[in-house]
Write a protein of this length. Structure first.
Length: 272
């Protein structure tokens, strides 16, 4: 089983954020801000899905997953808390979080369903976050050098997402979840996740007054579709999820392990 350590990140999230904290790049700032806006609602859903899935296991299954589920919940709860503080700064800057409430309303429709549905949705979302996390850890320069605090936040979060990428997937399998629903929810999550992310990024840029600047679109093209861009770097790993023999552990987590080992001064372990 995966050893998941809960860590307290040593960053000051009370200090103000620069409007274009990502080295003055409006698009990259808007993109990362959009992701942060989704996390409080998303992380709480993932916590609830994993807890409910764990409760549905037989006693021997609960014994197997107990420590891992505790670590997963602890890590996600920490992410949720820090990104809620992050999002308060964005609200004070005049940005409007459309993604969070829309996602919350959508997820309410799942109440009363078999807990495997929520686990399948969580596993699909965790796949997105894990492959993005690995790409970000390998291309940390996109976070810029203007705000070391936010760069640390994003890279620590990425490392932990990579660490617990298997938990929801394994719980889904342990509860007898089938391939039909695993892939069906993956297709739906792909549409919703990408659509919501682009919509919130667009909305952030519009509120910021930088949507129609040439430099904004130039940055978007490079960040997303450049030779080392996000889309090129994650398409193959995204596609892997569709294989019948796929398991998240097949993807390399070396970048996450290396970051955690070389940046021990950035956090304090508080539990496992």
């Amino acid at each position: 089983m995966t050893q998941l350590v809960v860590r307290r990140l040593l960053v000051d999230m009370q200090a103000p954020l620069a409007r274009h904290w990502c080295d003055g790049d409006a698009f990259r700032t808007a993109f990362f801000n959009a992701l942060s806006m989704s996390f409080p609602v998303g992380e709480q859903f993932f916590i609830d899905a994993v807890r409910d899935g764990f409760k549905a296991l037989p006693p021997e299954g609960q014994e197997r997953f107990h420590a891992e589920v505790q670590g997963f919940v602890g890590q996600e709860a920490t992410h949720r808390r820090l990104h809620a503080l992050y999002n308060q700064h964005l609200e004070r800057q005049g940005l409007d979080n459309c993604w969070g409430p829309r996602a919350a309303q959508r997820l309410q429709q799942l109440q009363g369903l078999d807990p495997r549905h929520a686990l399948a949705i969580t596993a699909a979302n965790e796949h997105f976050t894990a492959i993005f996390a690995d790409w970000l850890l390998r291309h940390a320069q996109v976070l810029g050098q203007q705000d070391a605090r936010l760069a640390t936040l994003w890279l620590w979060h990425s490392a932990e997402e990579s660490e617990h990428r298997c938990t929801a997937f394994d719980l889904y399998r342990a509860l007898g979840g089938n391939e039909y629903w695993r892939l069906k929810w993956f297709r739906r999550v792909t549409v919703f996740f990408l659509g919501d992310l682009l919509q919130q990024t667009w909305h952030n840029l519009r509120r910021d007054g930088t949507l129609w600047r040439w430099q904004t679109w130039k940055s978007a093209a490079s960040f997303l579709f450049g030779r080392q861009g996000l889309v090129r770097g994650t398409f193959g790993p995204w596609r892997d999820y569709r294989r019948a023999d796929f398991h998240p552990a097949q993807h390399d987590a070396q970048a996450a392990q290396q970051w955690l080992q070389t940046h021990r001064e950035a956090y304090v372990p508080v539990g496992a």
